[in-house]
Structure formats: structure tokens, C-alpha cells
Design a protein around this ligand. Structure first.
Ligand SMILES: [Zn+2]
Length: 694
């Protein structure tokens, strides 16, 4: 029987069902679930052992047991029913979120920092402090007994992250013992004590997961264990780093951010992955808060096909009805999607052909505007993350395949790429800046935006960029207004700006640098609105138009976009993250920066509709390159779409180009060591094999 770890079409049934009504889960039958999964063509299933409610579905020696599992072992029955159908099974176990434990042990709960707003998990959820010793023992006892009793292919620990800036007595004592310091009273990214506490929170939450993982492996050495990557895509608040995926057997996460997020996350997971398949999970409904809003078959297919293109396993999350009944029609829809994606199983994998890497930095994943008790934008994102998703979207629409690097992988893998993007990475380490400097000096290219390393991990705010020599410009101030403009000074950028003479941009107030040249060349200069930087609500006639803030004052000595040669390479620096904007002109600006100024020639690219996403993977063992073409439209177009694909042959001779689903050969031409072919198809997802002579 195939293991869960090799399964590419996975399912999870959310079972966060409480116990206060006897009708809850009365109708749940494991055999029915196994029948539906098998009918849908699933080959892997993640099975609920304990939910956020804190109730287990098996006879756990400690903790609560759901009444539906009082006289029968639902985990054991479900596991057997699935395995009898040839479906690999992994165990889902919720930690931190445990209402049963929280109601009985109030001292295990988190205690919120008074100065910081309570976010997200108020109301239905009771969450524990990861540092509480008795709570850790409770989880370890459960996990140990679970893996002793059942032989799962993998253990999946959910919710191993902070739900509060916890200031409970245990956290206070632990921080003091480790650092000699008292807890800070507020979030302040320029306060060394806060920075030190955040470092401790990140370390503690990683140690919590490792302790639970190792408890499981003590029973079953080598057991595959993972924990949810999704908090690493969320804010700093949860304390989980994306790079904590190195502690997992495989990266896995449930995400609901649509196509802009999915392309980025699939590339990120691949960077973080070891030997096992990565796992991209999303709900079959529009999000987890919806119980009855099933996605269209088109949307499901796109999401699943994107995972195929990236060589990732894909998992649909369904949520059980409180009665325990299942909706068979859901599984029929999923089945039609899985039937289509299964055809590509034997063509996935290989080395991605990507020339651009986006730095997704846990260090930069903060909001620098949160200073001295002022609550910045906060929430689940940060300027860096918004810029990362923005540049991912733009590169996808410009048909420039990209990879992702993290703090942990930057130094070791930077040389695999021709161009590195540093999107709004205000907090960046000296070490990371040194890697970038060496990379550019040796002939690489960099595009950087925003604060670019002006804040250090210990809270020190610098007067200038650490990479001022690479950027060819230096900081002379900061933007404190809501809106600025770029005035292009080259012909290409003027044309890219379209009908408008200026490109609007949004500063991170108090952080977006104002610069002057120090060796570089201005590609665009600053223009600020009338009355700038006075806020729009301020009385005093400090505006020039009642709704908008039009361009007004030219600042020709202050470039907003700078090109610079450094060593054998080159840099483009932009004071604002223009990649977060959705304007046509912003995208054209980026296109000129990448293709013209930095002379990027992607090995794989296409001339196609912006919603067509094209990526390639080299499979030298098979003497071929696989090209995936995804029509990432919100609705099916109902028409044939065309993508003119080009691939650098790297000296190899092309034998043929084949559409692998139909087996039909495609016409192609080879010119200047580049093969070109048209993919014209009514299909949502097309995979082509470019086969080379032996
Ligand atoms: Zn605590």
C-alpha cells in the first residue's frame, strides 16, 4: 500500500465538533468516509485524532474523549477503513488549541500583554501557553500513547504557535532566567529588550514543537512529523518562522490566499523541502469559516493543478457536518478534479528553471511602524510580506518564473539565481547584506525596495543602507506622508508609465527612505503632493484637491529609482515597494526594470495573457524539460488560449515537444539555442515535455 508520504491527492476532514449535544457526530461512520475518499481518487488521508476542542477520537489515557468515541475507537476504525481502500493515513493532532484542557486547567492558558490588542483567537477558542510544563507533559503523554497505539505514516501537529504575547508567570520567569531581563511592556522594534523577547518567543515555540516531535520519535524512530507552516506565512505575532520548516519531515500548510499567495507558497515550500513531497492544503469551501460554500470545479482544478506544476502533493480540507454526515456530492466534484491531475503524476518533479529568487525573510517579517507602544498596521501581515506577494504576482503576470530564498537558504543557494529581489526588507541582518553584496560583486543582479536593512535585529536603526555602495544611493531622510510620485526620467519608463506622467507609490510612513545619488544613476525622481507630508485630515489648507493628492512639487535631487553597477553586477533600488500596487503602469515599470535595466533573460518564459502562468522543470534523467502552462483565470475562458513559450536549450538538441495529456506532438522552431512553441488549448492546465536527443 502506498504511504501517505508518497500520496499526491490527499484529504482531510475537519472534525472540531464539541460534545454538548448528543446528536453531535452520532451519524459519523468511518466506512462511509473511506468509500467517498476512494471514489474521489484520494490516495492519502489525514485523520483527526484530537481537535481544537480538545476531544480525542480514540481512547487516550489523558484528556477528553468525544462521546461519539466513548464506546468505539473512531481513529482505529477510520485508519483501517482507509487502509483497506489503499489510502495512506497520517495522524492529525491539535496542540495549543485545547478547550477541554483550558477549561480544567486555567493556569495553562496564555496571558495577554496588556498593551497589545488581543487578535484573532478570542471567543470560541481556549489556547495554552507552550511554556507551561504540566501542559507540555499532557501533550507528550497523549502523543506518545497515540503513536504507540497506531502505526501512522506521519504525525501532523497543528497550531504549534503563539496565540498571544504571553506574559504568564512561567514566561516571565523563563525570560528572566535566560536573559536576566524583565519582560518588555510593549512591542517596540527599536527596543533591544523587546527584540530579545521576540527572539525568545521564536526559539521557545520551535523548542516546543521539537520536544513533541522527539517524544513521538522516541516511540517510533524515523517517524515523519510535521507542523503547520501557515503561521510562518502570517505575522511575527505567532513566533513561528518559515525557516522552522527545517524541523519538519516535510513542509505542509493550509492556506486560503488565492492564486497570488499559492504560487508564492508553492515556490517557498519547495525551497524548504527535504526529500519528501511538500503538502499544499486548502479548503473545498471558499474559506474555513464557510461551511456550505463549495468552490467551483474550475477553482478547485486550478488550485490542484498549480500544486502538480510545482511537484507538490495537494490536500482538500472538508469539514464534517456536526451530525457526522458527509456530503457525497462534494467528493464527486473533488473526484473529477483528481482524475484530471492524476494524469500528470509521472511527469512531475525535476529542477526548477528559475532565474529570479525572492527573499522571504523571517527577519524582515515585522512591522517597523510598531514603535514605542504605537500600534502599527499589525495583524496577519507586514510591509515585507505584502511586497513579497506583490512581486510574486507581478513576476507571474510577466511570465518570469521565480524561486524563493529564506534567511536560512540565502547564503547557500543565492548563486543558483541571476537576480535576487529584496522586497521591502526593512529589517535585514548584516550577514544577509554581505551575501547580497558578494553576489552582485560577482556578477549577479539585485532589485531592492523600501527600508532595505535599515533596522537591525537588536533594534538599532541605521542612518544609511548597509548596501548603499551596491545601490549607488544614500539615505538623507524618510517619507512621512501617505503618497508620493515617481517621475520617470528614461524613455522606457516614461512609456511604461502609460497615459500618466507620474507613477504613484505608497510609503511606509517614517521608514520609506528619501535618498540622494552616491554613484548610481536616477531612473525616476521624487514628486510630492501639495502640503506634503501633512495628513489629509489636517486642517490648514494643506491640500490641492479634495479627494486625491495630485503630484505637485518636483524634487529632482531625490531619486526614487536608482540603477547602479557594482563590481561585475548591477542593482536597481526603489524607495517604495511599487510591486505592491496593482496598476498596469506599476507592472510595466517592473517589466522595464527586470528585462531592460537588469537585462534579465529568463530560461523559460512566454508571450501570453497575464493570467497564464508558465514554469519549467529540468529532468535530465529523462532528457527532457517539463513545461507547465496554467490558465489562472477566475472563470473558465470558454475559449482557446494561446501561450508562445520559449525555453533555452543549453546546447541540447530538441527531438520533439509533446502535450503529455493528449500525447500529441507540437510544432516547434529552434533559433539561437532557444526552442519556441505555441501551446493553444481550451484546457485549464497543460503540461508539455520538451524532449532532447540523447
Ligand atoms: Zn506563558
Amino acid at each position: 500500500m502506498p504511504s501517505y508520504l508518497q500520496a499526491r491527492r490527499r484529504m482531510l476532514l475537519d472534525m472540531h465538533i464539541p460534545d454538548w449535544d448528543p446528536a453531535f457526530l452520532r451519524s459519523y461512520e468511518p466506512a462511509d468516509l473511506a468509500t467517498l475518499y476512494a471514489r474521489a481518487g484520494a490516495d492519502g488521508a489525514l485523520v483527526y485524532c484530537k481537535s481544537h476542542v480538545g476531544l480525542s477520537y480514540w481512547p487516550t489515557p489523558v484528556g477528553g474523549i468525544h462521546p461519539a468515541a466513548a464506546s468505539r475507537d473512531l481513529v482505529g476504525e477510520t485508519k483501517k477503513a482507509l487502509e483497506d481502500k489503499g489510502i495512506g493515513v497520517a495522524a492529525y493532532h491539535s496542540v495549543i488549541f485545547d478547550n477541554w484542557a483550558g477549561e480544567r486547567h486555567p493556569d495553562w492558558r496564555t496571558r495577554h500583554m496588556a498593551s497589545y490588542p488581543v487578535r484573532g483567537w478570542a471567543g470560541r477558542y481556549i489556547t495554552m501557553c507552550a511554556n507551561q510544563g504540566d501542559y507540555r507533559l499532557y501533550e507528550k503523554t497523549q502523543i506518545t500513547a497515540l503513536v504507540e497505539r497506531y502505526d501512522f505514516d506521519a504525525l501532523w501537529l497543528d497550531m504549534a504557535f503563539w496565540t498571544a504575547i504571553c506574559v504568564c508567570a512561567t514566561c516571565v520567569a523563563k525570560f528572566h532566567a535566560e536573559t536576566g531581563l524583565d519582560l518588555p511592556e510593549r512591542v517596540d522594534w527599536q527596543d533591544p529588550r523587546w527584540c530579545s523577547f521576540q527572539c525568545a518567543r521564536e526559539r521557545w515555540i520551535a523548542e516546543f514543537f521539537v520536544e513533541l516531535r522527539d517524544a513521538a520519535r522516541e516511540v517510533r524512530p524515523g517517524l515523519a512529523v510535521t507542523h503547520n507552516l501557515a503561521p510562518g506565512l502570517n505575522g511575527w505575532f505567532h513566533g513561528q518562522q518559515a525557516d522552522h520548516a527545517r524541523l519538519d519531515s516535510f513542509p505542509a500548510g493550509d492556506l486560503y490566499g488565492g492564486r497570488d499567495q499559492e504560487t508564492f507558497v508553492l515556490a517557498l515550500m519547495r525551497t524548504l523541502a527535504g526529500d519528501e513531497l511538500t503538502e499544499f492544503m486548502t479548503s473545498r469551501t471558499t474559506n474555513l469559516n464557510q461551511h456550505c460554500s463549495t468552490k467551483s470545479e474550475h477553482e478547485m482544478l486550478i488550485e490542484a493543478a498549480a500544486a502538480v506544476a510545482y511537484g507538490s502533493a495537494f490536500l482538500f480540507i472538508d469539514a464534517i457536518d456536526p451530525t457526522g454526515r458527509l456530503n457525497a456530492r462534494t467528493y464527486d466534484r473533488i473526484g473529477r478534479v483528481f482524475t484530471q491531475t492524476k494524469a500528470f503524476d509521472r511527469f512531475t518533479g525535476g529542477t526548477p528553471l528559475e532565474d529570479v529568487a525572492i527573499l522571504y525573510s523571517d527577519t524582515a517579517r515585522i512591522d517597523p511602524t510598531e514603535v514605542a507602544g504605537q500600534d502599527g498596521a499589525g495583524g496577519p501581515s507586514s510591509p515585507h510580506q505584502r511586497a513579497v506577494v506583490g512581486i510574486s504576482r507581478m513576476l507571474r503576470r510577466l511570465h518570469i518564473p521565480f524561486g524563493v530564498l529564506t534567511d536560512n537558504t540565502l547564503a547557500s543557494r543565492v548563486e543558483e539565481f541571476k537576480l535576487i529581489v529584496l522586497p521591502e526588507a526593512t529589517r535585514l541582518t548584516i550577514e544577509a547584506c554581505d551575501v547580497i553584496r558578494r553576489f552582485v560583486h560577482n556578477g549577479g543582479s539585485v532589485y531592492a525596495s523600501g527600508g532595505a536593512g535599515m533596522l537591525q535585529v537588536d533594534g538599532e536603526r541605521l542612518d544609511d543602507f548597509l548596501l548603499a555602495d551596491v545601490f549607488g544611493c544614500s539615505v538623507v531622510g524618510v517619507e512621512d506622508g501617505e503618497c508620493i510620485y515617481y517621475r520617470p526620467v528614461t524613455g522606457s519608463l516614461t512609456e511604461a508609465c502609460g497615459v500618466d506622467p507620474y507613477l504613484p507609490a505608497t510609503p511606509v510612513r517614517g521608514w520609506t527612505p528619501r535618498v540622494r545619488l552616491s554613484g548610481g544613476k536616477a531612473l525616476a525622481t521624487l514628486n510630492v503632493p501639495f502640503g506634503y507630508p501633512t495628513p489629509r485630515s489636517q486642517p490648514g489648507h494643506a491640500f490641492a484637491s479634495i479627494h486625491s493628492s495630485p503630484p505637485w512639487q518636483e524634487c529632482p535631487a531625490n531619486p526614487t529609482l536608482v540603477a547602479n553597477r557594482y563590481g561585475a553586477g548591477q542593482a536597481v533600488y526603489s524607495t517604495c515597494a511599487i510591486e505592491v500596487e496593482h496598476g498596469e503602469a506599476h507592472q510595466e515599470f517592473l517589466s522595464v526594470i527586470m528585462r531592460e535595466v537588469l537585462a534579465l533573460r529568463p530560461r523559460v518564459t512566454a508571450d501570453a495573457h497575464p493570467d497564464t502562468w508558465v514554469i519549467g522543470a529540468d529532468q535530465p534523467d529523462h532528457n527532457r524539460v517539463m513545461i507547465s502552462v496554467l490558465q489562472w483565470t477566475e472563470e473558465p475562458t470558454g475559449a482557446w488560449t494561446r501561450a508562445a513559450v520559449t525555453l533555452a536549450c543549453a546546447g541540447r538538441t530538441v527531438n520533439q515537444v509533446v502535450d503529455v495529456a493528449s500525447g500529441k506532438p507540437l510544432d516547434f522552431t529552434v533559433d539561437d539555442d532557444t526552442v519556441s512553441f505555441d501551446v493553444a488549448s481550451p484546457e485549464v492546465f497543460v503540461m508539455c515535455s520538451v524532449e532532447f536527443a540523447m
